[in-house]
Design a protein around this ligand. Structure first.
Ligand SMILES: [Zn+2]
Ligand SMILES: [Zn+2]
Length: 201
């Protein structure tokens, strides 16, 4: 069964197929925290320890249905991950690599809210915790399930690379792999501002 994707205002909608194939995790890295501050609603995106609940899946399982013109993209630096969001209401959508052959998207929980079912019911429990050294506190360690989830996900990713299905993605042009939206790369002063906001919380 597909799980719906929706920005807060409802303009951008879509769905995720194969919810059983995802790896659900929490990332505590400073860049994910900075993205939440950039969007202006860190309290809605980050948990008490600064973690972002992320559903890692293959981009080919993500479909946008309506409002795709609202899809926006930013990056904290020229080489940073591409961070996708709905520009209509600044809802984070997910993070991808800059290279579409690395077929991965980490969908952020805020676009997966659904009154009829919990994230748990669709995607199962959190099985990975990454970059815990940047957490504001000490998240319980999940080393074994984190490694198992990463290995499992990498095998999906390698398969998508080998069979060419990495080209099926709503985030990149399938022929050249250019992002469908030109990323807004933060200037050094803009980056400094969001990094300071991360430090101060
Ligand atoms: Zn919206
Ligand atoms: Zn992160």
């Amino acid at each position: 069964m597909n799980h719906p994707l929706r920005c807060r205002c409802g303009k951008l909608t879509g769905n995720i197929s194969h919810p059983e194939k995802v790896s659900r995790g929490v990332c505590y890295c400073k860049d994910c925290q900075a993205f939440a501050h950039f969007l202006g609603t860190p309290g809605d995106i980050l948990d008490d320890m600064g973690g972002t609940d992320v559903i890692a899946t293959l981009p080919k399982y993500v479909t946008f249905i309506q409002g795709v013109e609202a899809l926006s993209c930013m990056s904290l630096s020229e080489t940073g991950m591409l961070r996708w969001y709905a520009g209509c209401c600044n809802t984070p959508i997910g993070n991808t690599s800059r290279d579409f052959r690395f077929s991965h998207v980490g969908l952020i929980h805020t676009c997966l809210k659904d009154p009829s079912r919990t994230l748990e019911a669709s995607f199962g429990p959190v099985r990975m915790r990454v970059n815990a050294k940047h957490a504001k506190g000490k998240p319980a360690s999940m080393t074994i399930s984190t490694i198992a989830s990463i290995v499992r996900f990498l095998s999906l990713l390698i398969r998508a690379r080998l069979d060419g299905s990495y080209r099926q993605t709503p985030f990149f042009a399938s022929d050249r792999g250019t992002p469908v939206v030109t990323p807004k790369v933060l200037t050094s002063s803009e980056r400094e501002r969001v990094m300071n906001a991360v430090q101060q919380t």
